[in-house]
Write a protein that binds this ligand. Structure first.
Ligand code: FAD
Length: 338
């Protein structure tokens, strides 16, 4: 099933490889489309990207709008906005999702403004539900609930766009689960064209550098995270030793990053990376809501903290009340003795 009222995902790609956040959104989009009993489509721009369409179909798309043009090889705001807006105008999806990546954060507001649609940035969850205006007003069926932390993360807000279409949201990387592809799925590939204007290409890219992150937190099965309680950059060595012993990677709270103990790439949480490892060990981390937003979906959480009242114990499966300087060496010793 596909057509008007679909759920649509803008798929970001680099040299023909889809961004993880885009695949995560395709999987979430499939779930939303099934709930609404509509189709799921994707729009993707680039050069020589036809191989990507099959992958998107396998992950759940019914239709892939493919804009192939050498001028679209690298992301540039104006030509991408031109193509994606035209595809949306023609296909009329009811929902359009973007990754909250630098590209998505640049493109989505431009398209929302062009289409006079609402946009919620940085969602951490998406659901379908009804809405009635306060005081017995108008009733709306099957709206997109755009859920995100608000007011510095102290409340979780559910935002709806009852009147305008499409309903648009950007979603953070790592918060939606990627489901395995089904290579037997079939779907349609539709060439997408746009009436470019000369001014769309005023910006010329002279040189592009792609810097990989120093740590891949999202791919790790075990994350050993340190907070302000670690006390110093030197003391983070303890966490690296533990991570090394048990085959994990090191993460950190924002306080640890702000204190200069460890670079920002290691930060877990609302403004860092969202992780869901099999094991998350929080050392000297109090468990502020902004930190928990990035780790509370971990399968098993162990917390080490000197303060038995620390909120991290509310989400921990196992809690150790103690000084991390004493506990971590004991853990390493116990693990190595096995
Ligand atoms: P603290 O809150 O200072 O906690 C330190 C903990 O260490 C305490 O519980 C203490 O009991 C314990 N401790 C001290 N010494 C020891 C010891 N020797 N052994 C064991 N335990 C010890 N934070 C994030 O982490 N990630 C984010 O992405 C993020 N985004 C934010 C976005 C916004 C808009 C805002 C407003 C805040 C954000 N924060 C984020 C900050 C967040 O609110 C907290 O300030 C931060 O998470 C606290 O870090 P912490 O737990 O390391 O430090």
């Amino acid at each position: 099933m596909s057509g008007k009222n679909d759920v649509m995902v803008f798929v970001e790609q680099n040299e023909g490889r889809p961004a993880d956040v885009s695949l995560e959104l395709v999987c979430k989009g499939r779930e939303l489309a099934d709930r609404l009993r509509v189709g799921l489509s994707a729009v993707v721009c680039g050069e020589r990207i036809s191989g990507l369409a099959e992958k998107l179909v396998a992950h759940g798309c019914d239709e892939v709008h493919l804009a192939e043009d050498p001028r679209l090889r690298q992301y540039r705001t104006l030509p991408y906005a031109r193509v994606v807006s035209e595809v949306i105008r023609k296909a009329q999806p009811q929902i359009v999702l973007f990754g909250a990546s630098p590209v998505g954060r640049d493109l989505a507001p431009r398209i929302a403004s062009e289409l006079k649609a609402g946009l919620t940035a940085d969602c951490t969850d998406l659901q379908i539900g009804d809405h009635s205006e306060p005081g017995g007003g108008k009733e709306y069926k099957d709206l997109l609930y755009q859920i995100r932390p608000a007011f510095g993360g102290n409340i979780i807000a559910t935002i709806v766009c009852p009147e305008t279409r499409p309903q648009m949201a950007t979603v953070r990387e790592g918060v939606m689960k990627m489901t395995p592809p089904d290579p037997k799925r079939t779907g349609k590939i539709l060439p997408a064209k746009a009436a470019f204007r000369d001014e769309d290409f005023l910006l010329e890219i002279l040189h592009r550098e792609h810097k990989e992150k120093t740590v891949n937190l999202r791919a790790a099965n075990i994350v050993v995270s340190g907070g302000a309680g670690v006390g110093s950059k030197e003391n983070f060595k303890l966490l690296f030793d533990l991570a090394h012993a048990i085959g994990g990677v090191v993460g950190a709270s924002r306080s640890a990053v702000d204190s200069g103990f460890i670079p920002k790439d290691y930060q877990v949480g609302q403004t860092g990376t969202t992780v869901r490892p099999k094991l998350y060990i929080a050392c000297g981390i109090s468990g502020a809501v902004q930190h928990r937003a990035g780790m509370q979906e971990s399968a098993k959480i162990v917390a080490i903290n000197t303060d038995r009242e620390a909120p991290i114990f509310d989400v921990a499966h196992y809690g150790i009340v103690g000084d991390l300087n004493a506990v971590i060496p004991m853990l390493i010793k116990a693990y190595k003795s096995k």
